[in-house]
Design a protein around this ligand. Structure first.
Ligand SMILES: [Zn+2]
Length: 457
């Protein structure tokens, strides 16, 4: 009997077989539907790759872009941006998917066929494409033929291990060179998560990663005990945080030693910096508007108050309602004055290109209507746009307008005529009489050092 189909009905009952069980039949049918859905999803993934690859080829023919010849060229970046804004995906991911589509369709046709038939998953296809599509033709064909059957039977993690082993043993002499190249990709990144939490990702050589984990684990297990309310997982997390942030951390014992060691004090003394913006009413406990932790986003009022009260290594930034900041320079000067630049950076927080997350502080301040076309140096004609997207705008055929009625709201038009609107992170300035604008001013210190007037910290 096939696992995926209910047993056939009818015919004379076999006296030895168990009595028919309709509930079991229903479950078998449901499992069959599930595997069928998975097969169709696999086939759809192939169709999606086909669509991506066809779009890439047509775009390249139309605009002269080239992913292979000039992946950092403005025409390719313009195409990548167009796909990213319709799929709501980061441009880097789009680039990866374009590369996977091309690799599967043109370099690994047998793998692509199997995906299109629904027999292997997108994940399995990507594992193969990532690991072998860049190899010389003979190696590629050999490995594809050898590994494809396993893609239909092994779970992704096991399959990946098998693929990695097969690639490594094919040319062991290249392992060292590849490891050296991979080391160049090491990085340390922050990813915001829900409920006031965040992930730190550290991509680094495996031996360092294992050593760091072992150190945290050894210290955590040493601290764990019947008096310690924290779990070993929590302790590991706290140990790593303490090592990175605090001076007073203890180290696990060396071989043959008893108890924890005091820190060496080497490589210490780098004060961590956290920038937090706290509305003044929240700080005073009058109001519970969330604070903003730079590099993360909104945090709960209690944590914001606590951070604002911590002075060491902390840049205290308090928002204060102030009127009368000049945000309009008209045609008076092309260069954006520091105060106005700061206003735009605070308003935008990130690059204003759809989907881009580069911090505004590292962006260009772009004249929406260019200065050479009579554009003004006013808050409602300025926006933070990263260097890459600044070039995509100027040379990649994207058009940009700022809404007259809603300063700070940007309308982008792609080379093929699609439109996307992006909103500023903070509410933009509102017009008041006399050409001056009311706004929220970010200040680094309290204006007056009147002790009676200080917030409670
Ligand atoms: Zn950008």
């Amino acid at each position: 009997m096939s696992l995926l189909h209910p047993p056939a009905l009818g015919g004379p009952p076999d006296p030895d077989s168990p009595p028919p069980d309709p509930r079991r039949d229903e479950l078998l049918t449901l499992v069959g539907e599930l595997t069928d859905t998975q097969r169709r999803a696999n086939a759809l993934a192939a169709e999606r790759y086909r669509a991506l690859d066809t779009l890439r080829q047509r775009w390249e023919e139309t605009y002269g872009a080239s992913m292979s010849a000039d992946p950092s060229g403005i025409r390719f970046r313009s195409m990548r941006a167009q796909i990213a804004v319709v799929l709501l995906m980061p441009e880097r991911s789009v680039e990866t998917q374009l590369a996977t589509a091309r690799a599967l369709i043109h370099a690994l046709p047998a793998t692509f066929d199997r995906l299109a038939e629904g027999r292997i998953s997108d994940r399995h296809a990507r594992i193969l494409s990532d690991s072998i599509s860049g190899l010389p033709h003979e190696d590629r064909v050999l490995l594809e033929e050898r590994l494809l059957p396993a893609a239909e039977t092994l779970a992704p993690a096991k399959f990946e291990r098998k693929v990695r082993l097969a690639v490594a043993t094919l040319h062991p002499e290249q392992l060292e060179e590849k490891a050296r190249a991979a080391r160049e990709m090491r990085e340390f990144t922050l990813e915001a998560a829900a409920d006031g939490m965040a992930w730190l990702h550290h991509y680094l050589p495996a031996e360092d990663a294992v050593a760091i984990w072992n150190r945290a684990d050894a210290t955590a297990r040493h601290l764990a005990g019947s008096d310690e309310p924290r779990s070993v997982s929590q302790l590991r997390s706290d140990v790593v945080r303490d090592i990175l942030l605090d001076d007073g951390v203890l180290l696990p014992p060396e071989q043959g030693e008893q108890g924890l060691r005091a820190p060496s004090k080497q490589n210490r003394g780098i004060a961590p910096t956290v920038q937090v913006t706290v509305p003044v009413l929240t700080l005073n406990g009058v109001d519970d508007t969330p604070g903003i932790l730079k590099g993360y986003g909104p945090i709960d009022p209690e944590t914001a108050r606590r951070l604002a009260g911590t002075s060491t290594g902390l840049q205290r930034i308090l928002t204060h309602p102030v009127t009368g900041v000049v945000l309009q320079y008209g045609r008076g000067r092309r260069e954006v004055p520091v105060e106005l630049r700061r206003y735009v950076v605070d308003r935008d927080e990130i690059c204003r290109f759809p989907g881009c997350n580069r911090p505004a502080a590292t962006c260009d301040i772009d004249h929406t209507r260019p200065w050479c076309e009579n554009g003004t140096t006013d808050h409602d004609n300025l926006a933070a746009v990263c260097r890459n997207h600044h070039r995509v705008k100027h040379d990649g055929g994207w058009k940009l307008e700022q809404d007259d009625a809603h300063p700070g709201v940007l309308k982008w038009t792609t080379p093929i005529g699609l439109e996307f609107t992006t909103e500023p992170a903070a509410p933009p300035a509102t017009r008041i009489q006399g050409g001056r604008l009311g706004s929220v001013l970010v200040q680094t210190e309290w204006a007056q050092a009147d002790p009676e007037d200080q917030p409670p910290f």
